[in-house]
Design a binder for this molecule. Structure first.
Ligand code: PRP
Ligand code: URA
Length: 209
């Protein structure tokens, strides 16, 4: 069953509010984006498959659940998605990590691919695709197109903030993936920035302008 889930949790709401504040500097912004990614990951990974494994406790032998299946892959959309990776890896430390490089043209807002390196056997893995911002949806749609072209079928996209326009565009283009959103904002402005949003996530994570 595919999901579009707005994760409505006071801890996530609070941390995103701190991220929105223009006075939040690079160091704190980085910490917050990682924390939000971890909290969202906890929810997004709720349906990971488990299998029973026999373990001897100090008391007795027991059949206990452990994660099963091929290790998942975390594939951030560069640059800003990088800020979410460690939060997800805190939950699943042995996950593989790939990278998709996309930048949004400032005039047309169209995504352009400049890098793609994915773990082996990617089509057999659950792929987590983190990116803090879902604005027009162009970058997310292009990233999912690319991952699907490699044969992946099990994809979960995660963003901290989404605009309604981008969420609809992504869901319309790829209704078969799960989408997790930290907070759904009001709209896009004329420059295709999310309102109220938090500005340029990549610049805020890396301290660039
Ligand atoms: C930002 C953001 C998304 C994209 C969202 O990246 O991290 O990838 O814009 O916009 P969209 O939904 O309209 O495509 P950007 O292209 O600015 O690159 P960066 O992460 O390198 O700063
Ligand atoms: N990319 C960002 O980083 N922020 C926005 O508001 C829109 C696109």
């Amino acid at each position: 069953m595919n999901k579009v889930m707005i994760i409505d949790h006071p801890l996530i709401r609070h941390k995103i509010s701190l991220m929105r504040d223009e006075n939040t500097g690079t160091r704190d912004f980085r910490i917050l984006v990682e924390e939000v990614a971890m909290l969202m990951g906890y929810e997004a990974l709720r349906d990971l498959p488990t299998e029973l494994v026999s373990v001897k406790t100090p008391i007795t032998r027991a059949e206990v659940p452990m994660l099963s299946g091929k290790k998942l892959a975390v594939v951030p959309i560069l640059r800003a998605g990088l800020g979410m990776v460690n939060g997800i890896l805190a939950l699943v430390p042995s996950a593989k990590v790939g990278h998709i490089g996309l930048y949004r043209d400032e005039e047309t807002h169209e995504p352009h691919e400049y890098f793609c390196k994915l773990p082996d056997s990617i089509k057999e893995r659950l792929v987590i695709l983190p990116d803090p911002m879902l604005a027009t949806g162009g970058s997310a749609i292009a990233a999912v197109d690319l991952i699907k072209a490699k044969g992946c079928k099990n994809i979960k996209y995660m963003c901290v903030i989404a605009a309604p326009e981008g969420l609809k565009a992504l869901h319309d283009a790829h209704p078969d993936i799960d989408i997790y959103v930290g907070c759904l904002d009001e709209k896009l402005n004329g420059d295709a920035y999310i309102v109220p949003g938090l500005g340029d996530a990549g610049d805020r994570i890396f301290g660039t302008k």
